[in-house]
Design a protein around this ligand. Structure first.
Ligand SMILES: Cc1cc2nc3c(=O)[nH]c(=O)nc-3n(C[C@H](O)[C@H](O)[C@H](O)COP(=O)(O)O)c2cc1C
Ligand SMILES: Nc1ncnc2c1ncn2[C@@H]1O[C@H](COP(=O)(O)OP(=O)(O)O)[C@@H](O)[C@H]1O
Length: 311
């Protein structure tokens, strides 16, 4: 069954209420988040109610640090699909604006979770905070739940094999370093950029290497350079490829682009929304002596990308 995305806590019908939910920002839906969602799933099964996730859009940090560099690990559509894969029935993607930000911890528990969403259970992570000034703790949520009529489960911190906390920040650090294996290990799936294919300078096709260009305004910026990729088209077809992500020192652009050359493919992609997994980092962006030299390097990149994708 497809996931239902609900974008408000006010004015919901009875059938949209009454779920067991996991609450959090969940950017990336990584394996730590997945443990919290598993706890909500347990409760949903036990109580015989739908499984929900309560999250926020835009990310709360956008409101508090409007000038911060882009940091998102996924778009709302990608989040909905990742949650659907985990068996989540509903995503409550609540608008995080002044009104939400000004609620006290008690008001969030009562007005949003209890009266608005009518939750019967909330699963939260060990370091969950909520309400104005982040004053709410898992302990406080448990006390409010007792009064308001929902139970609360607390998921302990989940570490990797080296004892490091699985976190969205750890994913961002791995992506910055071009360590795609580590990013994949924390996320439980490869990091992927989704966006609409836009028009570029039409230079790619002149060297026999057309590239689908995708802007990435909200995504955090992984290491600039060349990646082995896998791209999913709207019709479900998947193509291996090689991509440059960055500002192209040879033909400098202001905002970074993801430019993907799909192997064994020759159709128009303009205006389609495609999702590209960054499977492996191959090399940093460089400056070459002209297009011919770049083309030779791209042939080498292609050979390595095919090797990586076949492995
Ligand atoms: C596999 C691959 C590797 C690339 N490597 C570099 C690079 O090292 N330095 C650079 O300035 N541009 C690099 N590019 C970007 C090209 O300069 C750019 O895709 C080309 O100019 C086409 O631009 P257009 O899509 O706007 O027509 C690379 C592109 C691809 C597909
Ligand atoms: N194998 C392919 N990989 C990527 N894009 C392709 C491919 N074959 C055809 N295309 C189309 O060609 C366009 C890219 O051509 P290119 O000359 O690089 O133009 P632009 O500068 O507008 O990106 C893509 O947006 C897509 O519509």
């Amino acid at each position: 069954m497809a996931i239902e995305v609900i974008r408000d806590w006010r004015g919901l019908s009875a059938s949209q209420k009454g779920a067991a939910v996991a609450v959090g920002a969940f950017d990336g839906v990584h394996r730590g988040h997945q443990a919290v969602i598993a706890s909500a799933r347990e409760a949903a099964r036990r109580l015989g109610v739908p499984l929900g996730v309560v999250s926020f859009y835009p990310h709360p940090r956008r409101l508090f640090q409007p000038d911060a560099a882009p940091f998102a690990l996924m778009t709302p559509d990608q989040m909905a699909r990742a949650l659907e894969d985990l068996g989540v029935d509903r995503l409550y993607l609540l608008p995080f604006e002044r009104e939400m930000a000004s609620l006290s911890d008690e008001a969030f528990a009562r007005e949003v979770l209890s009266e608005g969403l009518g939750i019967v259970h909330a699963a939260v992570g060990f370091d969950f905070t909520f309400g104005k000034g982040r004053s709410g703790s898992p302990d406080l949520l448990t006390q409010y739940g007792e009064k308001l009529g929902f139970s609360v489960s607390l998921t302990p911190r989940k570490d990797d094999a080296d004892g490091l906390k699985l976190s969205s920040s750890a994913v961002r650090e791995a992506l910055k370093a071009g360590d795609m294996d580590r990013a994949t290990a924390i996320l439980g799936r490869p990091f992927a950029i989704e966006g609409k294919v836009i028009h570029g300078d039409k230079r790619g096709r002149t060297i026999g290497i057309p590239t689908a260009n995708i802007a990435m305004p909200d995504y955090m910026r992984p290491a600039y350079g060349v990646y082995a990729t896998r791209t999913r088209l709207p019709d479900g077809r998947v193509f291996g490829g090689v991509a440059n992500l960055g500002i192209r020192p040879m033909y400098v652009i202001e905002d970074p682009l993801l430019e993907v050359w799909l192997f064994d493919f020759n159709e128009s992609l303009y205006d389609l929304t495609v999702e590209t997994e960054l499977v492996a980092f191959l090399r940093p962006e460089m400056k070459f002596d002209g297009l011919d030299a770049l083309k030779v390097q791209i042939e080498e990149d292609t050979r390595r990308a095919k090797e990586v994708l076949a492995a």
